[in-house]
Design a protein around this ligand. Structure first.
Ligand SMILES: [Cu+2]
Length: 200
């Protein structure tokens, strides 16, 4: 009986693990800046948008915007902080549909070069990392309490709050389906360990 329970738990774990693999964006994922709720414009909270995505090397940013109103300039960290396009990393993009490859690990910085737009919030910084994150799971927590900690090398720990709210240090963003799946896999794995220790 215990062995049968163990087998079915194992099956669930395998299915959950497979789901996690498919939920993880493949290398070379395309992300349209600000989508789906916003765009490369003056209204979208671009910092909030970027914080909801784990950018990987080989991913692509697509800036889709009104070319008569905006442009895209990749700048240095200093250019980003001072909203200056005077020393760009590369020539300004102006087609209204510009794709930018995200190469290796590190930070990339983009601003709108139109006077005043960067200062008004039209700026984007993204962290590109292939680092795998480590999940730690404390004992079951009551609703509203931390239910897990996501540790990524080079980044601050992300505390997962029940019932499914993710907190990135200061701001908060919805937990992604991939993160939820990771949680599920961890929980199922714990169940399997428990079942095997009970049956032995
Ligand atoms: Cu602009």
């Amino acid at each position: 009986m215990a062995a049968r329970l163990q087998a079915s738990l194992l099956a669930v774990a395998v299915i959950a693990a497979a789901a996690a693999v498919f939920a993880t964006p493949a290398p070379g994922a395309n992300y349209t800046v600000g989508a789906p709720g916003g765009s490369w414009d003056l209204r979208t909270d671009l910092a909030d948008w970027a914080s909801s995505i784990d950018f990987r090397p080989g991913d692509q940013l697509v800036f889709s915007y009104d070319a008569s109103a905006h442009d895209v300039v990749e700048v240095t960290r200093e250019g980003y902080r001072s909203c200056s396009a005077a020393s760009p990393v590369s020539a300004a993009l102006r087609t209204g549909s510009d794709a930018v490859e995200l190469g290796g690990n590190g930070w990339r910085y983009f601003i709108c070069g139109v006077q005043g737009h960067c200062a008004a919030g039209m700026k984007l910084q993204v962290r590109v990392s292939d680092a795998e994150c480590t999940w730690t799971m404390p004992p079951p927590a009551p609703p509203g309490a931390p239910s897990g900690i996501n540790l990524c090398p080079g980044g601050p720990p992300t505390v997962i709050m029940t019932p499914g709210v993710i907190s990135h240090g200061s701001g908060a963003a919805p937990v992604s389906s991939a993160s939820l799946t990771s949680l599920l896999v961890t929980m199922v794995s714990l169940c399997c360990l428990l079942a095997s220790s009970l049956s032995s």
